[in-house]
Design a protein around this ligand. Structure first.
Ligand code: GRG
Length: 267
């Protein structure tokens, strides 16, 4: 039962953006795809567990994820909690046991990076801040929203890219440039989702003003307005491109393609 619950979310049709980024970053710094596959899988396991826990009744209480019943709806709440825990631990076990052809110090560093992107300085920090404020109004600080998005959404995307660069034996400078790239597109991904939430709601309600219709979510559009928010998304694409500028353009093409894929949804 526990393995079935672990697999249920892990193979339920996500876009796999994080593992793709991890492998592309590894190849960009000259590494072989195979050396990044365990890390890429580990990142996807962490992503899957975060979705399971995010959907729980005590957090977002969602019934559907990717068009299917959420883990706790299928397996019950206690199994969903445990499946999330087991996936989290399995991610680290898998990286430690299955990474081949990478110096042990690099594997240890990558494990540390992943842990940091998940824990109280990463996903967990973002989730803790993302409590629904009662009577939310225009005075919700931009800083707070930025903190939530950077931690809850961008941290694991950044982690995925950094892990790939480490496994591919990237230099310190390459790792840091790719960290910046990952952070930009992670943040951009969340912004694009927020914009689509707003525009979709507007279309559904037959309105064309782009005014925020999402009542209970803490989003940038609520704080900044849609126009300014679009500007930020486009600025992040430029920053992401700049972070890749010193790499060979042809080799950087796959990462740029992911970045364009994300932002094209709002163009
Ligand atoms: C990490 C220990 C631990 C607990 C979890 C609940 C929680 C703490 C964190 C919430 C993390 C969360 C759900 C962030 C949202 C991230 C996000 C942008 C999800 C959507 O990603 P996509 O579009 O999804 O890549 P698919 O379905 O394609 O995989």
């Amino acid at each position: 039962m526990i393995h079935e619950a672990m697999r249920y979310t892990l193979v339920s049709g996500g876009k796999r953006i994080r593992p793709v980024l991890c492998i592309a970053a590894c190849e960009l710094v000259g590494g072989n795809e195979d050396t990044a596959v365990p890390a890429a899988s580990a990142v996807e396991m962490v992503h899957a567990m975060s979705l399971i826990h995010d959907d729980l009744p005590c957090i977002d209480n969602d019934d559907l994820r990717r068009g299917k019943p959420t883990s706790h709806k299928v397996f019950g709440e206690h199994v969903a909690v445990l499946a999330g825990d087991a996936l989290l631990v399995r991610a680290f076990e898998h990286m430690a046991a299955s990474t081949k052809g990478v110096p042990p110090m690099r594997v240890v560093r990558a494990i540390g990076e992943l842990a940091k992107s998940v824990g109280a300085e990463g996903l967990v920090a973002g989730q803790v801040m993302d409590v629904k404020p009662e009577g939310l109004s225009g005075d919700v600080g931009l800083e707070r929203v930025e903190f939530i998005h950077l931690h809850k959404s961008a941290a694991l995307v950044e982690g995925a890219v950094v892990l790939g660069a480490i496994m591919g034996s990237g230099s310190e400078e390459e790792v840091e440039r790719l960290r910046m790239f990952g952070r930009c597109i992670g943040l951009m991904g969340q912004i694009v989702d927020d914009i689509l939430d707003v525009t979709k709601s507007s279309v559904e309600l037959g309105k064309t003003t782009g005014k925020d219709m999402v009542a209970d979510k803490l989003t940038y559009p609520k704080v900044l307005g849609l126009h300014k928010y679009m500007e930020i998304a486009h600025k992040l694409v430029e920053d992401a491109k700049e972070a890749l500028a010193l790499f060979d353009a042809q080799k950087a093409a796959p990462l740029l393609a992911v970045s364009n894929y994300i932002v094209d949804k709002i163009n």
